[in-house]
Design a protein around this ligand. Structure first.
Ligand code: SRM
Ligand code: SF4
Length: 577
């Protein structure tokens, strides 16, 4: 069992993940910035290649637009080194750092200050295109967070990505350099930048694969991050942006909730390319299912297509009201035809219309579960999918995962959007030994029908927007449900700490969104959840909708509410005692 199960949190944190570091984040004085020559990040002097008029428009926009216009976030690619040196030399503390740099612009260098839960410490969000890692990278994570003792940990995110925690200002440059040295980056991973490239977790090994997503995810990511040196062309988008590439009819990548979702389909000539869905997103005010753009894109054109989409969004997206600035709003403002033709113009190419699905698509294709042992398309080999309880990892876990990957998977390990891991390319004759590894007792390929579909966002333990604790609670409630009910089939339960829905409650069978609740006779609000039902994934997607508001999150209230739903809708029965 992991350290925070049962509502507890990792050692070194209080009940709300608060570390014993005193002081509030504040801006005392501006720190002078001498230019420094630093590692492989591109030259960020002067304004980047964003047209001047955008900067002018930005000045009339939201607070965040003003912060971006005052100084582009890409400046932090150098300035994090200056700040680190000054803190190391004792010239300043993190509290002296300009608050817009500390709390906003550091995110362009992949560093998120956690002022509420752990003042002075950062979370770093990486880029792991297609969720594929190697053992050297895993060991680097273990070593890096290991230096923070109980204050360091990591998470697998809902975009098959890694976040590391506990980082202090003086180590920021070491982290960026260290990641680069092992072939990774954390650049442009937060704020108004493109998020991690999601692909198929079983790309290249899947017997039902339509398109191997690995190379194309890497190619798009290389454009976005400028080959890990930073890409100034797209450092000032109106808002965040999500791209994913699906590899099979399972749609493991969730194309229906991304700004760009590429879905494999052969055209009339039998060439495999992509139909494109656009505009899917979640926010606290709106959950939008994507719509078809009615285009088919050849794999060779995918990077140019994504670039054209991003530049059209950059130059035309809403910059005043951040609640209306995701790409879907631009598509709706212009209408699909104008949107499509503007993208084609920017690309310098007319795109083919959407390819029609052949008769083979008439037979239903139930979405598969990647957890467990599955034969690969390569004869004699299998992948082993393991659950990591709510994605939380510690230094020891990273080292052990690296060892198992080296021993059985030629050093490779993959991540899933359900916050799990996959060891690919395991020889069938070695399955018994891998399954006997101590790591696989902790991160088991076999799990109960709630536990194996359990997803939880960061929640209030670290996230400044979190209304409730999620990860600890999710594990505890899942355990209780499995103790009390016979659950005949997978029930995908997602916990998200606030209405931003980072853990995608609208995708789940049962979604629990942090909210305040009332208990009759108890003064003041208590931690609670809004319950969502009806998310469908795979080939025929639907977004779940609100079913019940404000259920108190304590087991005595939540367990009966969930049991009622599971008995009525998921064929569950009470266990006989
Ligand atoms: Fe998210 C903001 C964590 C996936 C929608 N998200 C945040 C912040 C940065 C909030 C903050 O102030 O710090 C959270 C960092 C907390 C922390 O310390 O970890 C945060 N989001 C996460 C992660 C780590 C949840 C997880 O535990 O897995 C996921 C990281 C993915 C990655 O690797 O990049 C994560 N966030 C998502 C997703 C799911 C997805 O992409 O499939 C969504 C909904 C889909 C979408 O974006 O359309 C999502 N996060 C948001 C939003 C609402 C966006 C909007 O348009 O309003 C915010 C708030 C914002 O951006 O203003 C947000
Ligand atoms: Fe934080 Fe809310 Fe996202 Fe959870 S859903 S990580 S609480 S912003």
């Amino acid at each position: 069992m992991i350290g925070f199960v049962g509502g507890q949190v990792p050692a070194g944190y209080s009940g709300h993940g608060k570390r014993v570091v005193s002081g509030r984040c504040r801006s005392i004085r501006k720190v002078s910035m001498e230019p420094v020559e630093k590692i492989g990040v591109s030259d960020v002097s002067g304004l980047n290649s964003i047209p001047e008029e955008i900067w002018e428009r930005a000045l009339g926009g939201s607070k965040f637009e003003k912060v971006k216009a005052e100084k582009d976030g890409s400046e932090m690619w150098k300035e994090i080194y200056v700040y680190a040196e000054k803190v190391r030399n004792g010239e300043i503390t993190y509290q002296d750092i300009d608050s817009d740099d500390l709390n906003i612009r550091y995110k362009w260098a992949g560093l998120f200050h956690r002022p509420k839960a752990t003042p002075g410490r950062f979370m770093s969000r990486l880029k792991v295109p297609n969720g594929i890692l190697n053992s050297e990278q895993l060991r680097f994570f273990g070593e890096f967070i290991g230096r923070y003792g109980d204050d360091g940990c990591g998470d697998i995110t809902t975009r098959m990505n890694i976040q590391l925690r506990g980082i202090v200002v003086e180590d920021a440059g070491d982290l960026v350099d260290g990641l680069n040295a092992v072939g990774l980056t954390n650049i442009q991973s937060g704020m108004d930048n493109v998020r991690n490239l999601v692909g198929s977790p079983i790309a290249g090994i899947d017997p039902h694969e339509m398109f191997d997503t690995r190379e194309i995810c890497k190619d798009i990511d290389n454009y976005i991050t400028g080959d890990r040196k930073g890409n100034k062309e797209i450092t000032n988008l109106p808002r965040k942006f999500n791209i994913c590439v699906s590899g099979s009819r399972d749609d493991f990548a969730h194309t229906h909730i991304n700004d760009i979702g590429l879905k494999p389909m052969k055209n009339e000539e039998g060439v495999m390319g992509f139909n494109v869905d656009i505009g899917g997103y979640f926010s606290s005010k709106r959950a939008a299912h994507s719509i078809s753009m009615d285009v088919w894109v050849h794999p060779d054109d995918v990077v140019a297509f994504c670039r054209a989409m991003l530049l059209v969004f950059r130059d035309n997206g809403e910059r005043k009201d951040r609640q209306k600035s995701r790409m879907m709003w631009l598509v709706e403002k212009w209408g699909l035809e104008k949107f499509r033709s503007t993208v084609e113009e920017r690309m310098g190419k007319t795109l083919a219309r959407e390819a029609k699905a052949g008769p083979e698509f008439d037979t239903p294709f139930p979405r598969r579960d990647v957890l467990g042992v599955h034969p690969q398309k390569q004869e004699g080999y299998s992948w082993v999918g393991c659950r990591v309880p709510v994605g939380r990892l510690f230094a020891k876990d990273f080292f052990e995962m690296a060892d198992v990957a080296d021993k059985y998977s030629d050093g490779e390990m993959r991540l899933t959007v359900e916050q799990g891991i996959i060891f690919p390319n395991v020889k069938n004759e070695e399955l018994d030994t891998i399954l006997a590894e101590p790591l696989l007792k902790r991160f088991s390929p076999v799990a109960g029908n709630v536990t194996r579909g359990l997803v939880a966002c960061t929640g209030s333990q670290f996230c400044p927007q979190g209304i409730v604790d999620t990860k600890g609670r999710a594990v505890r409630i899942a355990d209780l449900l499995e103790e009390e009910l016979d659950i005949p089939e997978l029930v995908r339960m997602h916990w998200t700490g606030c209405p931003n829905s980072c853990a995608q409650v609208q995708v789940a069978d049962i979604g629990l969104m942090g909210a305040k609740a009332r208990i009759p006779g108890v003064k003041g609000p208590v931690d609670g959840v809004d319950i969502y039902l009806g998310g469908k994934i795979g080939e025929n997607t639907e977004l779940g909708t609100l079913y019940k508001k404000g259920v108190p999150a304590e087991p005595e209230f939540l367990i009966p509410a969930l049991k009622e739903i599971m008995i009525e809708r998921f064929n569950c029965t009470e266990k006989k005692s």
